[in-house]
Design a protein around this ligand. Structure first.
Ligand code: ADP
Ligand code: MG
Length: 686
């Protein structure tokens, strides 16, 4: 019988571990450590090297060091006026330096020390040139003198020493068997230690080399399991469907557009058409920076679906965007007799009933909407194509829910967030990818300025100038209302709107939009802005996603330091959507240098991929994707920015394996690992 990687021993509750009482188990629970296995997987975040005992004569004051010294004198504890006890101990090192050890409120610590005995003390070196001191130093144990001592992520009441000792207990039990699930060829090819060695060495490495190798193996394992899982998802989507289209000529549609498609758009349309001709459903990501023209590509796909007698659904993350899409698709597609419906949660009552009828009897060829499209009562006659816009806003499971409305429909997901290749392997490892890496001709680069609020009068003057020239302006604030502010000078949309309306922008038609106003009102305001009735729109980031108003030439972002770089790049993409020269003014009064340098990058490049990569480095993948809703397993050891090379290696290895053995028949333990990882993330493998 095949041995399963996690046998009973490791599945036990930490409560049963020798040395762990109820109190400590509760502390572990805070760190989400329930079983022995969880504890083994609680990897250290770094190490202290006690064997590298410093010479205090040379060590810089203020540094944490370990010192070997013999205790010479102990003074009895005395009480201070404040009621604290102080005990002083004097010790000398081999080189003859004297070290004063001060124990505050810790009489036992000094009582444990014997005169004439040598110890290693670890702590922050204090004092001056003449006198070296350490306050409440830690006594280093003999076993910690060998190798590196792990430092764990902790919670109050728990010390690294406690965790290390519990981990040691588990690892020294003969029942603790950590089985390998990676094939030998992979270990050899990538020079990885086996699993047992890696887990032992990540906790108690003898040297930095061992620690590095152990970490590398665990990072590989994590990324391999994740990419393998995504590939299995992709594999399982390759069912035979009868939704293969036969008429794949979109040229009439393409010629009807008011512009010439870019080469990238044409190439993407061809890639999509080739997928649609297959007897397995398309699973494709269309990735393109803001303004690269994804909507026209999507419309071409809808056109082909309709031509072949199939319905399409387009899901957008916000009502504003859904309404705008419906408008655009109508313009592009109604000339071909393609009927477009808009379904959002504000479509109610009779109107909703009628629309649902048209969807179920097939009269609606395209339904554009929000996640209302996946409500239970929406039934399609023959859904052949599903498109989700701004994919990163939806969880992977929502994507799947819409597809279930048809019988293996083709799916296209669109993302405007340029995602570094590393991350897209993980987020979209189950998709084929088309990239719009070319902007429509005639686009002018958006001039971006970084200023502080002493420029306010000037840039508000610039707002008036743009409006006088017949153009429109966005002003973005991080908060809706003042009450959310943390007592700082962060501008709220509501208050700023009031002052601008009455003072600086008096007489100009100005409106306020944010997430707290009703969606009907929002749609209304957006329409009026698009029609040019409203000249200046003050908002929060509700406008971040996809809004298209080519006449807008200026966007001002207040408290820019409060936004992520990718969000700012998205916001900037709201202007420069025509051949008019456009501007983006980032206002930040933070003196902080890193935040300045970060914002400065935006003034230097409008390459979304460079910005995304930088964002990823600074904020990590979780934040980068906007929320944790993406539904993918969290990475425990791997770091997207630092472990790029390992990711590519792991991805290649996973690819090779899945080609040889798509169902992992020969690798039951590996399969179990993958399933466990995806189960923990509550993500179906199908
Ligand atoms: P995004 O990729 O951000 O969704 P859109 O599809 O909204 O971009 O397109 C941005 C703007 O560019 C729209 O006004 C659209 O009509 C226009 N557009 C799209 N493709 C082209 C093209 N090939 N030439 C000129 N304008 C285009
Ligand atoms: Mg778009």
């Amino acid at each position: 019988m095949a041995k399963i990687g996690y046998e009973k021993y490791l599945a036990q509750s930490v409560q049963h571990l020798k040395g762990v009482g109820q109190k400590r188990a509760a502390l572990y629970a805070k760190l989400k450590i329930d079983t022995y296995e969880d504890l083994l997987k609680h990897y250290p975040r770094g190490y202290v090297d006690y064997s590298d005992v410093g010479n205090i004569g040379d060590a810089p004051i203020g540094e944490m060091i370990a010192v070997r010294a013999i205790v010479d004198t102990k003074l009895p504890p005395v009480r201070t006026k404040g009621g604290r006890s102080i005990a002083r101990v004097y010790a000398s090192t081999e080189s003859g330096d004297e070290l004063e050890l001060i124990y505050f409120n810790n009489p036992y610590a000094s009582q444990k020390l014997y005169i004439g005995q040598e110890y290693v003390f670890y702590g922050k070196l204090q004092g001056d040139l003449l006198k070296r001191q350490m306050t409440n130093p830690v006594l280093v144990k003999a076993e910690e003198m060998e190798g590196l001592t792990p430092q764990y992520p902790l919670t109050e009441g728990l010390s690294s020493r406690m965790v290390a000792s519990n981990v040691r207990t588990i690892l020294s039990d003969p029942n603790c068997e950590i089985t390998e699930f990676l094939p030998d060829e992979i270990l050899t090819k990538f020079q990885l230690p086996d699993r047992d060695t890696a887990i032992r060495n990540i906790h108690f490495p003898e040297n930095q080399g061992d620690a590095y190798a152990a970490r590398r193996r665990l990072v590989f394992e994590e990324l391999f399991t994740l990419t393998l899982g995504m590939k299995m998802r992709k594999q399982r989507k390759k069912v035979v469907s009868n939704n293969s289209f036969t008429d794949l000529d979109a040229s009439v549609f393409c010629k009807s557009l008011p512009f010439r498609l870019t080469n990238a758009q044409e190439r993407s349309i061809q890639e999509i058409a080739a997928d649609l001709a297959k007897h397995e459903p398309m699973s494709r990501l269309l990735q393109g920076d803001v303004g690269s023209g994804k909507t026209a590509v999507a419309a071409a796909a809808v056109y082909l679906a309709a031509k072949n007698g199939y319905q399409s659904a387009v899901m957008a993350p916000t009502e504003v965007l859904a309404a705008q899409h419906a408008e655009t698709f109508r313009k592009f597609l109604e000339p071909f007799g393609i009927a477009v419906g808009l379904l959002t949660s504000s479509v109610k009552g009779k109107q909703r009933g009628e629309l649902l009828n048209q969807i179920s009897n097939g009269n609606a060829d395209l339904v554009v909407g929000t996640h209302a499209l996946i409500s239970d009562d929406v039934e399609y006659k023959q859904l052949g194509l599903v498109i989700t816009d701004e994919q990163h806003r939806f969880g992977v499971n929502q994507r799947a829910a819409l597809s279930k409305k048809g019988s293996y429909p083709h799916t296209l997901v669109m993302s405007a967030t340029p995602i570094p290749r590393t991350l897209s392997l993980i987020l979209y490892g189950d998709l084929d990818i088309s990239i719009l890496d070319e902007m429509p001709a005639g686009r002018r680069h958006v001039r971006t300025l970084l200023v502080d609020d002493s420029y306010r009068e000037r840039y508000l003057g610039f707002v008036r100038k743009n409006v006088e020239e017949g153009h429109q302006v966005y002003i973005v604030c991080p908060l809706v209302e003042e009450s959310e502010a943390l007592g700082d000078s962060t501008i709220s949309a509501t208050k700023y709107f009031e002052t601008l309306k009455d003072k600086e922008l008096k007489g100009i038609s100005i409106a306020l939009i944010h997430g707290k106003i009703s969606s009907q009102e929002k749609t209304q305001i957006m329409e009026e802005f698009q029609e040019g009735k409203i000249k200046v729109l003050v908002s929060t980031t509700v406008i971040e996603v996809g809004v298209d108003c080519p006449n807008a030439t200026l966007i001002i972002v207040e408290n820019a330091e409060r936004f992520g770089l990718s969000t700012l790049h998205q916001l900037r993409g709201r202007v420069g959507r025509s051949d008019l020269q456009s501007w983006c003014v980032l206002v930040s009064s933070k003196e902080n240098d890193t935040s300045k340098a970060r914002l400065k990058l935006l003034t230097e490049t409008d390459n979304g991929f460079i910005i995304a990569q930088e964002d990823l480095k600074m904020r990590g993948p979780g934040d980068f994707i906007g929320n944790r809703q993406h539904g993918l397993p969290n990475l425990q050891v791997a770091d997207m920015a630092d472990d790029e090379k390992v990711l590519y290696a792991a991805n290649d290895a996973a690819e090779q394996l899945i080609c040889e053995d798509p169902d992992l028949k020969n690798y039951p333990e590996m399969k179990e690992q993958v399933e466990r990882l995806f189960e923990d993330a509550d993500l179906t493998m199908n």
